[in-house]
Design a binder for this molecule. Sequence first.
Ligand SMILES: COc1cccc(CC(=N)NC(=O)c2cccnc2OC2CCNCC2)c1
Length: 389
Amino acid sequence: KKHKFWETQPVGQFKDLGDSSLPEGPIEQPTPLSEVKQEPYNLPTPYEWITCDMDSDEMSNEVYALLTNNYVEDDESMFRFNYSKEFLLWALRPPGYYRSWHIGVRVKSSKKLVAFITGVPAKIRVRDTVVVMAEVNFLCVHKKLRSKRLAPVMIKEVTRRVHLENIWQAAYTAGVVLPTPITTCQYWHRSLNPKKLIDVGFSRLGARMTMSRTIKLYKLPDQTATPGFRKMEPHDVPAVTRLLRNYLKLFVVAPDFDEDDVEHWLLPKENVVDSYLVESPDTHEITDFCSFYTLPSSILGNQNHSTLKAAYSYYNVSTKTPLLQLMNDALIVAKKNDFDVFNALDVMHNETFLKELKFGPGDGKLHYYLYNYRLKHVLRSSELGLVLL
Ligand SMILES: COc1cccc(CC(=N)NC(=O)c2cccnc2OC2CCNCC2)c1
């Protein structure tokens, strides 16, 4: 039976699609904290819960190793996400985070970490309502423990711990269709190092194309084109917050970032997140912003290369510089920083530059979900202003 677990959860159900009598908003009301299950869910006998203190070097190393060997692979199992340790520390410790939402499962006897799931708090606006949600991510079960139905109990446990903090909604993504996507995004890739991408099988040589013609096709200038284009710095946080808050108003679902959020999520952090802005040379006004995060992938089974260095488009705002030119400058700095590929979803206004900047469509989709919050209609991907890690 498909979706045996999800049909028991307060999420949009396929059978409800089209029933426009159902109101937009929470599906279930909060329960009194005294009625939230106080003790953890039961795990199969050999396993126990562990709260993963990411401040512990030993624990964060174990989490890094579990994900490096067992996390999401592409459909052809040629690549596996290889989030760096410093990326995980950044992703899991935003303002207001809860250590108790960093949940591991380990073998009682060997103390070996075999599964992981996380939540971080986020203020998400849905139309005109700001809702404090958990962003749930990094659900990972060791390859040897798949099909033991561990994922449902891990999802129930992170939900229980989120409820204990009086938070009743969540946001998450998946490459698979579950009940019920609020939107489905197409992902796109822009080659920066086409020779390596072809060597490792990420890309294929186009018909009637030679390698040298392909390298020439994706060649980028050495320098960015926009006057005043520079790295974001700490003193830019207030202006970038204003710019980003104003821009994200355009979208149906988007983060409600304050200055502390912008400082955490968007200040450049080496090997984690890069962000640039355009400061008008004469007025010194911040008029545009672009950012991308660093998520390498392990290359499974290639003799010459072990890692694909990938940049993922994050938040971009253009008010003066054409988005096309701003994103081309992002490609130029990404290439200069040795990224092999620049990935983007067709969210926000990304569709306006993807084809023109020579992005090619990926072979999969990314579905977005809300837990315990119904939308009256599925969204166009361009109505989505939320990028998850
Ligand atoms: C190239 O290496 C890969 C390794 C594992 C999976 C995939 C395909 C894939 N599933 N890609 C995405 O989900 C994706 C494609 C473009 C932009 N963001 C994405 O996912 C983000 C956001 C969701 N969490 C993973 C990272 C590719």
